[in-house]
Design a protein around this ligand. Structure first.
Ligand code: PBG
Length: 321
């Protein structure tokens, strides 16, 4: 007879549930919202079924639903009416996103507002930093704009900022600017390990932020590399990041797991637009089970080491529990 029979512990659902090592909880989910200036009514994002571009009023409604479902946090992306080569709207104190942050904070003070800090949605060329006459994305001059953007979000009432631009030194620049303006307690969740990924395809429709020339490979990471991830993580911790994010999630669980072993700061993962859309598209065809895949992928992301998960499934997941 066999002595070891792992199947003994898989015999029924009760026992399996008792023994689950990883359990999802809605308090770890962060819901992304797209705030667009100048919209009359909410506009469906074709490539992301169930998601919309929202104006301020609809964003408030959405936050009401989100709060009711027991989700604790949103991450906001702004889409301005006017873009330029200096991302002027990104750090405008009276910008549409800043107004929306303020309105949400007033109406739902308990809802934890994270803001994506980036310039691409605000730049006419769609890159995450300033571009020089040779078409290069210049690092250091972009830091000042990113820092001003973060401060404008903080002043509007955001609870946490999440820089996603991948310029070198941006965490330090943002930390310094926040500290100098009285926001020394505002945490920074850095998109520390952000790969140049084809999984962002649908997001660029949603946020209208596709680069108008070239690609993001001179600032986002090469997906062939993992040592580089540790280097980015280490730099961001040194610069003052409170939480590190890995993005995308499912194809990068090895990276998440490496960071988990090496560092003690909380980790987040972003299940990005393409990860969401491919599940939704296959499910629509009846090829996969949407709910089962939602739970399986989110569980895997948590198992690999993510304490927080940014996901377009946040509402659906929260509605289950
Ligand atoms: C902005 C930003 C992007 C995402 C989050 N912040 C797009 C990009 O880098 O091109 C992607 C999110 C998603 O795909 O859901 N820089």
């Amino acid at each position: 007879m066999l002595t070891q029979r792992p199947r003994r512990l898989r015999q029924n659902n009760t026992l399996r549930t008792m023994l689950q090592e990883t359990r999802l909880d809605k308090s770890e989910l962060i819901m992304p919202l797209f705030i667009k200036e100048g919209l009359k009514e909410k506009k469906a994002i074709q490539s992301m079924p169930g998601h919309f571009q929202l104006n301020l009023k609809d964003a408030l409604k959405e936050c009401g639903e989100i709060t009711k479902l027991g989700i604790k946090s949103v991450i906001l992306f702004g889409i301005p009416k006017n873009k330029d080569a200096k991302a002027s709207q990104a750090h405008d104190k009276n910008g549409y996103l800043q107004q929306t942050i303020q309105a949400i904070k007033n109406k739902y003070p308990q809802l934890y507002i994270i803001t994506d800090v980036c310039l691409c949605e605000y730049m006419s060329h769609g890159h995450c930093g300033l571009v020089n006459s040779k078409g290069q994305i210049v690092n250091d001059p972009s830091l000042e704009l990113l820092a001003q953007t973060a401060v404008s979000h903080a002043e509007a009432g955001a609870d946490m900022v999440a820089p996603s631009d991948m310029m070198d030194g941006r965490v330090a620049a943002i930390r310094k600017a926040l500290d100098a303006t009285g926001f020394e307690n505002m945490p920074i969740m850095s998109y520390a390990v952000k790969y140049a990924s084809a999984f962002y395809g649908p997001f660029r429709d949603a946020a209208e932020s596709a680069p108008q020339f070239g690609d993001r490979k001179t600032y986002q990471m090469d997906y062939a590399n993992s040592n580089e991830a540790l280097r980015e993580a280490e730099l961001d911790i040194k610069e003052g990041a409170d939480i590190l994010m890995v993005k995308p999630a499912l194809a990068y669980l090895d990276i998440l797991s490496k960071l988990k072993q090496k560092y003690t700061v909380p980790l987040a993962a972003y299940q990005v637009s393409g990860e969401y859309s491919q599940i939704m598209a296959a499910a629509k065809n009846g090829w996969v089970d949407e709910k089962a895949l939602m739970i399986e992928t989110l569980t895997a992301i948590k198992r690999a080491g993510a304490q927080l998960i940014v996901t377009y499934f946040a509402k659906k997941m929260a509605a289950l529990s």
